[in-house]
Design a protein around this ligand. Structure first.
Ligand code: ZN
Length: 328
């Protein structure tokens, strides 16, 4: 069966726990985008031929392959030609995922053939920097790059939610936790996804909502979150809460067992951005049951720490404090 292409393919591991050959190749192709510097100015835009040339020099499995006796004396042209098709497929895949984009066709440097030029999209660069951030010597630079890419403050017309996260990220940065609260989360989603990350939307969903398990971190997160929220005017606050509510409920929908009940409650709460519909399993009657909770209370993460859960009444058997509010 043909594998379904997803962002998760970039960090796919085989049965031995190591990255697959394809994953390593994807990563090396992305890494190229972090090298827009004096040494590699050509990678602002690139042709598949140029990129393949870079990979012949930098991708370890290729380097090793061309050290073999039988291939050692191949010309550079032939080395590139022998890998071209494989790299073309990879670039096609990246284009489908929105990590590179094809530019208007132009003439090749030699001859009259039309050659496609590509460039990395912001999403492509972002993932590349997230992957680079795990290397200690690149960590600070990666943080800076990612922060700037996610900073929508400079944009013309940000949504209320974007405005909120951009202020929140600024606070993270001032307190030195941007790496921990944003990049590490993105990294974990790429490296060890709870669910397959199909696209950029999946990668970024609910990024403003953390599940911190360390009490001190959870308190800091909650403090910065509340502070940012309180700085918004009432109207913006409403829109932000609505956005968060929709994201969480959408996520919840994927997990619920009693869908009809959840749908009913969600519908009842449709015009109340401050209240979330969720589902929990009752410890008394054992049934999955729709529950509601104030969005802010849900987000005050400290209360969701495993040893300090929020308990609510079961609507089915009426027993008090019998359902633990889940972390969606
Ligand atoms: Zn019950």
């Amino acid at each position: 069966m043909k594998k379904i292409l997803s962002i998760s393919s970039i960090c796919e591991r085989g049965g031995d726990g190591n990255y697959t050959y394809d994953a390593l190749l994807y990563q090396e192709i992305l890494r190229c985008s972090t090298m827009h510097n004096d040494k590699y100015p050509e990678f602002k835009t690139f042709t598949v031929w140029e990129l393949t040339g870079y990979l012949i020099d930098h991708f370890l499995p290729f380097i090793n392959e061309f050290k073999e006796l039988s291939k050692r004396n191949k010309s550079r042209h032939n080395k590139i030609a022998s890998k071209l098709e494989r790299i073309e497929t990879k670039i096609d895949n990246f284009a489908k995922l929105g990590l590179v984009e094809q530019l208007e066709p132009s003439r090749a440097s030699r001859g009259s053939t039309i050659t496609n030029r590509y460039q990395y999209t912001e999403s492509g660069c972002l993932i590349a920097w997230v992957l680079e951030s795990v290397k200690s010597r690149k960590k600070l630079l990666a943080e800076e790059q990612i922060y700037n890419m996610l900073d929508v403050g400079a944009e013309d017309n940000p949504s209320s939610y974007d405005l909120f996260t951009s202020r929140l990220y600024a606070k993270y940065r001032n307190r030195g936790v941007f790496g921990e609260f944003v990049i590490d989360v993105l990294c974990a989603r790429l490296e060890a996804p709870k669910v397959k990350i199909m696209n950029m939307r999946d990668l970024f969903s609910n990024l403003g909502i953390l599940h911190v398990t360390n009490k001190e971190r959870a308190d800091l997160y909650s403090e910065l979150w509340t502070e940012t929220m309180n700085e918004l005017d009432e109207e913006t606050k409403k829109y932000v809460l609505q956005h968060i509510k929709l994201e969480i409920e959408q996520e919840m929908e994927q997990q619920v067992k009693y869908l009809r009940g959840f749908e009913e409650l969600r519908f009842q709460l449709r015009d109340r951005p401050n209240i979330l519909a969720l589902e929990g399993v009752c410890q008394s009657c054992g049934l999955p049951t729709p529950i509601q909770i104030e969005t802010i209370e849900y987000l005050e993460n400290t209360k969701l720490l495993p040893n300090d859960p929020i308990l609510v009444r079961c609507r089915r058997c009426n027993k008090d404090a019998s359902i633990t509010v889940p972390q969606v």
